[in-house]
Design a protein around this ligand. Structure first.
Ligand code: NAP
Ligand code: GCO
Length: 264
């Protein structure tokens, strides 16, 4: 029996993958056999990323590219095709968050979040889909969020972007499914990465940050997720094991979305 989860011979682009969730997903796809390419905003982070992949035995190609810049994305994709091959798997991972109460947020700050978290996945997907169509296959994984389903104080732009990304996921599946392209999302719960570090900072007296305790109480698994928790789901959605799964968001949240919360 062939291994349905093998990514042998595939080229996978993971955006913003020098560290954090992107690094963990890229490592998993690489260990499953894919040739990994990734980008980051600065050469310094790309170099650190390449070295970190090398440490776990993966030879990867890293590129400096701002995913919000369509010209940069198009030339990176061309360069990858020339240097490595046509992209079979795209993971739209790069993302930012700004935690500011909505009425204090400037329209510019709102736009910056939408630009990275929603416009950029559109730009990168648009750049890779034509060659996926020619190849007759492709996998796109958009990294969504709890905020694709839920709101909370201070994250209006992020929630708007991640909710939009869920619908972009469904639309790509609808529009290109007939070409054997599967576009799905992963909706991570609360994952311990630099992005969420401010929510876990210890208080001056050494006690847990109130948000940290709140998340533990809201999560049936009673812990924060680790980037490694996303590895298996990512390999599944990148592999032929998921060839008839399309337009789906797989929430990897320790049960948060299933849970009403602890009674007082
Ligand atoms: P992170 O630690 O902040 O890493 C984000 C990565 O994206 C960084 O490498 C960053 O590059 C890169 N990036 C940001 N803007 C970029 C741009 N314009 N062009 C290229 N790269 C860019 O975040 P994370 O926690 O690993 O999150 C990764 C993804 O998962 C994001 O989409 C996030 O919204 C989503 N997510 C996170 C959680 C969580 O709990 N952590 C939960 C659900 C969803 P620099 O290093 O140069 O800044
Ligand atoms: C926040 C968090 C979240 C998470 C994640 C949840 O401030 O609420 O940063 O939005 O990063 O996206 O799934």
């Amino acid at each position: 029996m062939t291994n349905q989860f093998s990514l042998e011979g595939k080229v996978a682009l993971i955006t913003g993958a020098s560290y954090g969730i992107g690094f963990s997903i890229a490592s998993a796809l690489g260990k499953a056999g894919a040739k990994i390419v990734f980008n980051d905003l600065k050469q310094e982070f790309v170099d650190k990323g390449v070295a970190a992949y090398k440490e776990i035995g993966l030879e990867v190609n890293g590129y400096v590219c701002d995913v919000t810049n369509e010209d940069q994305v198009n030339s990176m994709v061309k360069q990858i095709e020339k240097e490595v091959g046509v992209i079979d798997i795209l993971v739209n991972n790069a993302g930012i968050i700004k935690r500011i109460p909505m009425i204090e947020m400037s329209a510019d700050e709102f736009r910056q979040v939408i630009d990275v978290d929603l416009n950029a996945p559109f730009i990168v997907a648009k750049a890779v889909i034509p060659n996926m169509i020619k190849k007759g296959a492709g996998k796109i994984i958009n990294i969504c969020s709890m905020m694709s389903e839920l709101g909370r104080e201070t994250v209006s732009a992020y929630a708007a972007a991640k909710g939009g990304l869920k619908m972009l996921t469904r639309n790509i599946a609808s529009e290109y499914g007939e070409y054997n392209i599967q576009c799905n999302g992963i909706g991570p719960g609360y994952i311990a990465t630099p992005q969420t570090a401010p929510l876990r900072e210890k208080q001056a007296d050494g006690s847990r940050h109130p948000f940290d305790s709140f998340i533990i109480a809201k999560t049936p698994a009673a812990r924060w997720g680790n980037p490694e928790d996303l590895a298996g789901p990512a390999v599944f959605l990148a592999s032929e094991a998921s060839n008839f799964v399309n337009g789906h968001v797989l929430y990897v949240d320790g049960g948060i979305l299933a849970y009403i919360g602890k009674q007082p």
